[in-house]
Design a protein around this ligand. Structure first.
Ligand code: ADP
Length: 261
């Protein structure tokens, strides 16, 4: 019953997004297609009106440059944006339906391997990463990899460029759960936005970063399906802490849908 409720909430939020957020690029595409069609009619009139080939060349060149180029660029940008959003939605839906094969995960090995795969990004960003001894947990290897990859990549991506990026991964056990923390010294997040960042397509400072805003929504979906919890604590100028709570004991594993243990 609980699984059904979660699934319904997921579907509702996806429908809401499809209806609301995808409209913005669509409105742009429709608007600029209208402009393009007007420019096209103008072009036809010019062709009918002007006989002198040099005059015609001059007028056509100007019109092509002024009227067509901008509209085409904006239509193409709108289409790219829609494609990225639809890709994001499809990842979200896929993450929601893929069955979890729950096993005991050695998080020291998992995080160690993950850091090797993003070594290039870490070097490029000149970020220092410290990992403490981590307790293990119960989870689907590939899905939990995805969760931590996303959080680590976010900590790198949303760093404060004015200082050396520092990330610390730690963990502790509590009441049959393992609670992990990914701490960064980035710009921080306003307290009022700490829940919003887990919503699909929600991005702070969209002008500054080129993400699609689905990463944390997928993270939350995966963690919820593990009967866990993910949340952030932060303050502007004081970095961010992302916490992931996952079952460490079978008793806390509330298998949902077609998940197996
Ligand atoms: P994306 O990173 O693709 O934009 P996410 O869903 O992963 O999307 O994150 C949503 C937003 O949360 C980001 O746009 C960013 O503004 C904010 N955010 C996520 N992680 C951090 C972090 N470690 N520090 C500061 N802001 C963050």
């Amino acid at each position: 019953m609980e699984a059904l409720k979660v699934k319904n909430q997921e579907l509702e939020s996806i429908l809401h997004i499809a209806n609301h957020d995808l409209r913005t690029p669509l409105v742009n595409i429709a608007g600029f297609s209208g402009e393009l069609s007007k420019s096209f009619q103008d072009l036809q009139k010019t062709l009918e009106k002007v006989d002198d080939p040099w005059e015609l060349k001059k007028e056509l060149t100007e019109k092509l440059k002024e009227d067509f180029s901008d509209s085409l660029d904006l239509i193409s940008a709108g289409a790219t944006k829609m494609k990225l959003m639809l890709d994001g939605l499809s990842h979200l839906v896929k993450a929601g339906f893929s069955a979890a094969k729950i096993e005991r995960l050695n998080m020291n090995i998992l995080i160690g391997t993950l850091l090797k795969t993003i070594r290039f990004q870490i070097q490029q960003a000149q970020t220092e990463i410290a990992v403490e001894e981590l307790p293990d947990c119960l989870g689907d290897n590939s899905q939990i990899n995805h969760v931590f990859l996303n959080l680590l990549e976010n900590a790198i991506k949303h760093r404060d460029p004015s200082q050396t990026g520092k990330i610390r991964v730690s963990g502790r056990m509590n009441n049959g759960y393992s609670i992990y923390c990914i701490e960064d010294n980035g710009p921080g997040i306003e307290v009022g936005n700490l829940e919003d960042i887990f919503k699909v397509f929600y991005r702070l400072n969209p002008a500054k970063n080129n993400g699609e805003g689905v990463g944390l929504a997928i993270v939350r979906q995966i963690v919820n399906r593990h009967n866990g919890k993910v949340w952030a604590e932060s303050e502007i100028g004081r970095g961010s802490n992302f916490f992931v709570k996952l079952p460490n004991h079978k008793k806390n594993l509330d298998l949902m849908g077609n998940n197996t243990y």
